[in-house]
Structures are given as C-alpha cells and as structure tokens.
Write a new protein. Structure first.
Length: 492
C-alpha cells in the first residue's frame, strides 16, 4: 500500500459506508477517551506520523507504533471495565487494541492483553496469511479464525473485563469468553490493571477508530464463568494458539442434542474454534439448492465456520456448485462406496459390510476408491485410513507403506488436506510423518457421534510427535479459490 496523503485518507473515509448501528449512550457512566479532534490524552511512542486525526477518526497508517492512553479518566488505570469503540479496516490491515498495558521500570510499554483488529490479513504477496487471528481474537489466548466483518465497513468492538474473565463482542456477537488461566509463557501477562493502547500493524496496514468510550466497573467485580482447568491439554492449546496454529475443529456435528449455542459456548471455553458441518447426500438434511439456502439462513451470523460433508459419491450431484460454494469448505470420506460387484456399503456398519473374506483384496479396492474420492471437489479428506471393525486390529499390516503412499500422493496432487481425527485416533503417526514429508496439509476434526467434542487431544499429540508446523495446517480458501469452484467434477 503506498503512502497516503491527507486528501487520500479523507476520500477513503468518506467512501466507507456508515455503521449499521448507533452507540448506546443511555448510561451516564460512559467516558469518551477520544475527542474526535485531537490526540489529547494520548501519547505516541515511536513513529508519530503513524497516527493522524482525520474527519473525527484516529487513522493508523505507517510504521508499527503504539498510541497509549495517558489521559485523566480514572488516571488511565482500569482493572474491570467495558471498552467500546468502532473500527474500520482496509485490506491487509493488522492492528490491535491493548488493555491492562503498563510501563515497566524502563518506561517501555508492556502491552498486556491484545484484541486483534484484522480481517483479510493478507501478507505482502496478497496470498499468504501471516497471522491466523482475525478481528475479535484475544490474541494468542482465544483466537477467532473466520473473518466475521468486512474491510471498508465500520463495525463495533466491545471488550468487557471482570476479574480474570475477558469477553469480546463484534457487532454485539460474543466471540471470546475467556477466564484464565494465565498464559504458559514465562511471566505471563504483566498486570491485571493498566491503560489502553492502539497498535498499528506496519506500513502496509491501515485501520481507523472512532467513538472510543469506556465505563469503569467495580474493582472487586468477579467473573461470571469458571476458570479453565490448568491441565496439560489446556497448556498445549494455549501454546499452539500462541505459536499461530489455526486451532480449529473442522468436523463438528450438531448431534446428540447438541445445539449451536452449546457448541459455541464450549468452543469459547476450551479455546478451539469450530467448523460446524451439515451432511449432504441421499436422505440427508442437505440434498438440494433449497435445503442449502434454508440451512445457511439458519446459521447466518454465527461465529464459526459453516461446512458441508458429502455423503456417498452422489453428494455433488444434488446441489449446484454455486450453492455448495457458499459454505466455507467441503469435506468427505470414503466410508460409503459401491464395491466391484455393485454392492453399496457403509463400512462403519458391521452388519452392512458383512464378512470380508479377502482383506488384501478389500484394501486394494478401498485404496482405489480413496484415490477417486481425492479427485472430487473437496477441501478435506476426513476419517483418513478408517478401517471396518473386523480389520482394525491389523491396521499397521494392512496400511502398508505402498498403500499409504498412494493415498498421500492423491491428496497432495489434488490439494486435499488430510484430517487428523480425534474420535478414531487416525491416521497413525507413521502415516502423518510420511504425508508431512511429501508436503501434505492437515486439518483437525472430531466427527462427534454425540454432544461430546473433546479438546483435539489426538491431533495435538500428533502435532508434537510428528513435527507438524502451523503452515502445515489447512485454512479455508477465499471465495473463487475453493475446491468446488476450481476442480472439475469427478465421481469416484
């Protein structure tokens, strides 16, 4: 992004649509931290030209810098509070809102906690996503990975702090509800009170802020939720988030009485973002363009990925590509297929698959079906290396290096991510290491049969055991680049 003149900034700001809401000023407790005319009460560290006041807004554009609140409101020291502001990002913007920030003994600002303000988040090559965290993330603690608001449009962020609890809302939608424990890095965050700061993301970034207001809450106000257990899984989750892994369970179903509200509450509690999937196939909830439209309307505005799981090999013939492309991503497996004798089987049902007399022949047929499935317009291959119950005990013998290589090669050739499944604990570490060596991408998924979702224990174990890096993890592609939009139709 080239350096913009003041005239350029004004033109851009005037072209932006107005916010679709009005700030509620019913409470007399709200205090404005920005007068709309100047940076009075705020202090800029390095690179003073990064922050300008234009048309009643703080425009952040330039070298990485911080704008620190040092005004008179409560002596710029807040413990429990609600902060509300409006923001607008330009493409590529990466800024943040800091709170509980304090000066250390060298008068350098310890940033405290950060709420991310970044939507498209593209790197210099316009393709590589440098930071996985999107707007609303409590950075490195509870990340939001889906873009929930658009660039060039105003939106509101509310940050509510009560004791160890931090809630973040974007346009009124609760996206973070975090209650301890402290991060696993040495020292953790420096304080449970402090001031606010706006942080610019660098020369390629431009963000605008306005209507910055705060209301102080009682210092002895307690959180309303329980602190997450400080166990090994929690620490692993927090480490991976801090290391920029997109910690997403891409394979969640609303089954066993699990509602979307319960699923999202669990996601916020454990720190794993969810992709909620609906099944598409003969006799399944999604089977036409109309059913796609109805389902997506029911999920509109939910802070999660919305996915479609293809069932059987007919799934892609039931709804148009245009309808399917409205989902964030598509996945399927090879657990339903027609064998060489024309028998349709679902291999997870022992009674339906019957006796397998020649297991080697079955495996050859199965691998061929998997290779065909990889050519379907899918983003993720789920339940990878699943075997029927009567063959599970021979997993290592049946999944020979040659068979694993064929599946891995098909995934890499067709740009399909391989799911590491928490429910079945597959694929094996041997398979994953071989896939990583060939450049395969991976996703994490539960494929829950009931309301129990777990915390991605097996995928996290495989990340550590197999040396999987954050760039090895699948991220849904933007519109126009999804598999359903770019791959030719193929029926396995």
């Amino acid at each position: 992004m080239p350096t913009l003149t003041r005239r350029d900034l004004i033109a851009l700001l005037l072209a932006a649509p107005a916010a679709a809401y009005a700030f509620s000023d019913d409470s007399g407790d709200w205090i404005s931290l920005f007068d709309g005319k100047s940076l009075n009460g705020w202090k800029v560290g390095e690179h003073k030209n990064t922050f300008k006041v234009v048309d009643g807004q703080i425009v952040v554009h330039g070298e990485r810098a911080q704008l620190i609140y040092e005004g008179a409101a409560h002596n710029a020291d807040f413990k429990n509070f609600e902060l509300s502001l409006e923001a607008m990002t330009r493409p590529g913007a990466a800024s943040s809102i800091c709170f509980h920030a304090v000066h250390n003994h060298r008068r350098l600002l310890e940033e405290g906690f950060k709420v991310q303000v970044a939507n498209s988040g593209l790197g210099p090559d316009k393709n590589l996503i440098v930071d996985r965290a999107k707007t609303g993330s409590l950075h490195s603690l509870r990340n939001v990975y889906k873009q929930l608001v658009q660039d060039n449009e105003w939106f509101r962020i509310n940050i509510l702090v009560r004791g160890k609890q931090v809630q973040v809302r974007v346009n009124g939608m609760l996206v973070v509800d975090y209650t301890g424990p402290q991060p696993p890095e040495p020292g953790g965050h420096p304080a449970d009170h402090g001031t606010f700061a706006l942080e610019g993301g660098g020369a390629e970034s431009m963000t605008c802020f306005r209507n910055i207001r705060v209301r102080r809450l009682a210092d002895n106000l307690a959180q309303t939720s329980n602190e997450e257990p400080d166990d090994e899984v929690t620490r692993d989750i927090m480490r991976l988030i801090a290391l920029n892994y997109p910690l997403v369970d891409y394979h969640v179903h609303l089954k066993g009485g699990l509602t979307i509200e319960q699923a999202l509450a669990n996601s916020r509690r454990v720190g794993v973002f969810y992709g909620v999937a609906i099944n598409c196939g003969l006799g399944f909830p999604v089977h036409s363009d109309d059913s796609v439209r109805d389902y997506l309307e029911s999920m509109k505005g939910q802070p999660c990925y919305v996915a479609i799981q293809g069932e059987g090999r007919e799934w892609m013939t039931l709804a148009s590509r245009e309808s399917i492309a409205r989902f964030d991503y598509v996945f399927t497996d090879a657990m339903t297929f027609t064998d060489d004798n024309g028998k349709r089987m679902r291999i997870w049902l022992p009674d339906e698959i019957g006796e397998i007399k020649d297991k080697q022949a079955f495996m050859e047929m199965y691998v061929k079906r998997i290779e065909g499935v990889m050519r379907e317009p899918i983003d993720i291959y789920a339940n990878a290396t699943f075997l029927p119950t009567q063959m599970e005990a021979e997993y290592d013998a049946l999944w020979t290096p040659e068979r694993m290589a064929r599946v891995i090669d098909a995934a890499v050739k067709n740009d399909v991510a391989i799911e590491i499944n928490n429910r079945y604990k597959i694929p094996s570490a041997t398979f994953i290491k071989a896939a990583r060596a060939k450049g395969a991408k991976f996703s994490f998924g539960t494929n829950n049969a009931d309301a129990s979702l777990g915390r991605l224990e097996y995928p996290i174990q495989m990340v550590k055991q197999c040396g999987i890096g954050f760039m090895d993890i699948f991220v849904p592609k933007p519109d126009g680049q999804k598999a359903i939009q770019v791959k030719k139709l193929h029926t396995a």
